[in-house]
Design a protein around this ligand. Structure first.
Ligand code: NAG
Ligand code: NAG
Ligand code: NAG
Length: 194
């Protein structure tokens, strides 16, 4: 049978635990998988080893990721700023975009990695050219200006899926809540996936 002081102590500990839990559980941290970088609200990895679209798709899947889909202008701008930093002269990267199986004259493109129709399609000048292939790269043209290589911004271009380019994989941000846990001798922190 518990003595009175023990009961009080137990009650105080539960109260403390309850408060700590409440205070700590509001803290959520977002992290990217190893080798991925946070860009806008996604985790991205740009690989500049040239492969066809299918091998690139397989490579992303082997990392528990998928080829890049582009949601909107905010995300595109973040990608356009990040790419030249990681690959200064990387001109072409496969995205998840393709029109596999499309027979209509009005062409619809899909993001293979998410299954969604591509509604935001920031095309390069003169694009799309559906006859040149079924897959979409982010392509930046390079020109010489007073002896310096100048790379334009990366925008979408149609390309034959069997040809080669670099590629960009995407993975979702992993979210954890930080929780403080009490045991009789110590306070420690635990990361719990949401
Ligand atoms: C991260 O990249 C390094 C260097 O390319 C590689 O050796 C390592 O296996 C990668 N880690 C993961 C988890 O993919
Ligand atoms: C793009 O999507 C993100 C995340 O869904 C959102 O926060 C942002 O406001 C959107 N930007 C535009 C221009 O729609
Ligand atoms: C893609 O390239 C392959 C090999 O060069 C060719 O056989 C195929 O017809 C091309 N596909 C398209 C859609 O141009």
């Amino acid at each position: 049978m518990m003595s009175l002081p023990k009961i009080v102590c137990f009650a105080l500990l539960s109260l403390a635990l309850g408060q700590l839990y409440q205070a700590a559980s509001t803290e959520t941290v977002s992290v990217c998988p190893t080798n991925f970088t946070r860009v806008a609200d996604k985790c991205l990895l740009a690989d500049n080893s040239w492969k066809n679209w299918y091998d690139s798709d397989r490579h992303c899947r082997s990392l528990n990721a998928g080829l890049l889909s582009i949601k909107n202008q905010t995300e595109l701008k973040a990608i356009q700023e990040w790419l030249p930093v990681v690959w200064p002269y990387g001109t072409e990267f496969w995205t998840a975009g393709n029109k596999f199986g499309e027979t209509k004259t009005l062409i619809d493109y899909y993001w293979q990695s998410t299954g969604e129709q591509a509604l935001y399609l920031p095309w390069n000048q003169g694009q799309p050219t559906p006859a040149s292939g079924d897959c979409l790269v982010l392509y930046a043209s390079v020109s010489m200006s007073t002896g310096q290589m100048v790379m334009d911004k990366h925008l979408l271009t149609v390309k034959n899926c069997t040809q080669w380019a670099g590629h960009i994989c995407q993975a979702p941000l992993q979210q954890f809540t930080t929780q403080l846990c009490l045991n009789p001798s110590a306070v420690y922190e635990a990361k719990v996936p949401v």
